[in-house]
Every structure is written in C-alpha cells, then in structure tokens.
Write a protein that binds this ligand. Structure first.
Ligand code: AQP
Length: 332
C-alpha cells in the first residue's frame, strides 16, 4: 500500500519466447488492475533469467520483446509502471538482504528449484536456489498488496509472505504481506505434447508450446497435433487431461463455460474440436501480434519507456530501502 493506493506487482522472465501460458496465466490478467484504481508495477525480470545460462544477445533482444509484449497486450505505460529489473539495483540489494532471512530448508522445498536443477544439472548455481528470495524482494520492495501469477508460482509467493512476516516480526512492520491473484479458469496451461507438464517457454519441443507470436498457421498446426486422450468425446475430466487442457484454452479465448464447450462439440470428435481451439487462439492473439510488430520496430520508444519506468520504480524502491536499512542497523 502506498498512501491509500493498493499496489500490484508482477513480472515475466525474458528467458524465451513468451507462451500462451505466460499470456493467459499472467500478462492478460495484468491489464485490469490500473483501471480498477491500483498502482501497478510490471517488470521484465532479467536478473531471474540468468539463473539459467542465456546467450547475451538473445537476453537483450527478449528484454525489449517482453516489454513490447506488455504494451501489445494492452498495458498503457502512462497508467502502469513498466520497467526492467536490472535497471533498478534495489532489487539485487534487497534480494541479498532477504537471503539472510530465508532458510535453507525453505528453499530446498521449492518445486521449481527441484525441476530446474534436474533440467539444468550442469549448472545448479546458487542463484537458482535463492531465486525465491529475489522474487520476494521484487514484490516487497513496492509494498505490494496483490501479485497476479500463474498457479505454478503459488509456492514462491507463500514463501515471500513468510519472509515478509518473519522480517516484520523481528523489526516491527516494514513490509506489506502480499496476496496472490490466480485466475480460476486458466490456472495452469499444460504442454500440448504432455498434458502432465506445464507449458513452458524453455521447452525444447516447439510443438508442445504455443508462442504468443506464432503465425496463425503455426498455432492451428500445433493444436491439430496436440496430444489428446483415448475415446473421442470432448469432455473435461481427470481421465482426459489433454482434452481438459484444450477446453480451458478454448474457454480462455471464447469466454464460454465448460458446459457450453461440451455441448458445442457433442458428437463431433477431436479433429474438429482441435481446429476450433487453434482458430480461437490464433484469432485471439492476432491483435497482440499486430501491435507487437509495430512496437518492436521502434526501439528508441521502448528505451524511453524503460527509462521512465526505472525512474518511477526506483523512487518507490528507495523509500522501502531506507526503511529496511534503518531497521536492520545499517549506517546511513
Ligand atoms: N503454463 C502456464 N500456465 C499458467 N501460467 C503460467 N506462467 C508461466 N507458465 C504458465 C506464468 O507466467 C508468469 C511468468 O512466468 P516466468 O517468466 O516468471 O517463468 P515461469 O513461470 O518459469 O514460466 P516458463 O514459461 O515456464 O519459463 P521458463 O521456461 O523460463 O521457466 C508467471 O506468473 C507464471 O506463473
């Protein structure tokens, strides 16, 4: 909370081409908050991205692209603070401080750490392990009330709350304790090749993932190839994880209920259904793609937005940091 204003913070890593999981689970839900009167901070979290090895030129390009996607998805830079994490050094500073208030055992229990260290066995670095305390710093730095994230980030958010409570107990109230905002209909978008796995931008199988910027043909082709389940009935149920995933994607783009979708495709079979999902998704993404193409062509404009965003974010970050430094007992 800043004054009477409630604060929203969230971020996306520029660690790959953004997927419809990032879009439906996170970015699309960012847009309503400013209109509802929240003060919003949306960050491109490049410090988090280097917990996995990145090619420098790709990281730089994707940082611009992620910012352009924020804008293309409807975030107005005049109503939302849009910025790049590494341009506000207070994130790293508070990250270190919070490392000292985060327990080894807590970090060891994080499923993302377990998953990513299995995936990147050659590079299990300390940053990958302490990722959640940097994420806590991102959030707590702005006295955030609400964090819109996909359900996969719930565990990290709970840890951020624990860290905030711990710090507040030791030093008296310093941080707002944040709440997650997780949309019910699109909690977790699953891989098109393996409905048991999350759709992830770093997946090596390009057919498992639909990227926000995929062409219409690619989107439709990927959905046509999506793994479905035995039988032929379009019905959402636990024994049909592939079809259930496609139903939630279709719902996210059409606004229909599960019952409406099941009725629409009753007796029609998987082929027709998968094509319809592909078309709904491609059509839903078309305006974002067009707007992105316009925005990415003007790098100077994106740099102006980054600079202004970093200045605004730094102003609020400094306020929290001076409070934190004083409470801990740092001089000056
Ligand atoms: N499949 C998903 N379904 C719903 N939400 C998702 N998010 C990511 N994947 C899905 C949400 O997107 C936001 C940004 O994610 P991130 O960039 O911080 O990293 P991530 O969660 O690790 O996403 P990826 O795509 O899986 O990236 P990589 O492959 O680099 O690890 C978050 O709010 C997340 O919940």
């Amino acid at each position: 909370m800043i004054g009477n204003e409630k604060i929203v913070f969230s971020g996306v890593q520029p660690s790959g081409n953004l997927t419809i999981g990032n879009y439906l689970g996170a970015i699309r839900n960012f847009t309503g908050f400013a209109e509802e009167g929240y003060k919003t901070f949306y960050c491109v979290v490049d410090l988090h991205a280097i917990t996995v090895r990145q090619v420098p030129a790709d990281l730089r390009r994707r940082t611009y692209e992620t910012l352009a996607l924020y804008l293309a998805c409807g975030l107005d830079e005049k109503k939302n603070t849009l910025f790049v994490q590494s341009q506000v050094p207070a994130h790293a500073e508070l990250g270190w401080i919070l490392d000292c208030y985060t327990m080894f055992g807590e970090l060891s229990r994080m499923t993302q750490f377990k998953d990513k260290s299995a995936k990147h066995a050659e590079n299990i670095n300390a940053g990958l392990f302490t990722y959640p305390s940097l994420m806590a710093a991102d959030i707590l730095l702005y006295q955030t009330d609400v964090v819109p994230v996909g359900v996969d980030q719930k565990q990290h958010l709970e840890l951020a709350r624990d860290i905030a409570n711990r710090f507040n107990q030791v030093y008296s109230d310093t941080f707002t304790v944040p709440e997650p905002y997780i949309p019910k209909t699109t909690m977790k978008i699953m891989s098109l090749a393996d409905p048991a796995a999350k759709m992830s931008k770093s997946d090596e199988n390009q057919n498992a993932v639909v990227y926000i910027l995929d062409s219409k043909d690619d989107v439709i082709r990927k959905f046509r190839r999506a793994v479905t389940d035995s039988g032929s009935e379009v019905r959402a149920s636990e024994d049909k994880p592939g079809v259930t995933n496609l139903i939630s994607i279709y719902r996210a783009f059409t606004g229909k209920t599960v019952e409406e979708v099941e009725r629409e495709f009753a007796g029609k079979g998987y082929g027709e259904f998968k094509t319809a999902v592909g078309e709904a998704c491609a059509d839903g993404l078309a305006p974002v793609r067009e707007e992105f193409a316009r925005l990415i062509a003007d790098k100077a404009h994106l740099e102006e937005i980054m600079k202004a965003g970093a200045e605004t974010a730094s102003y609020y970050a400094r306020k929290t940091m001076s409070k934190v430094r004083r409470k801990i007992g740092f001089v000056g």
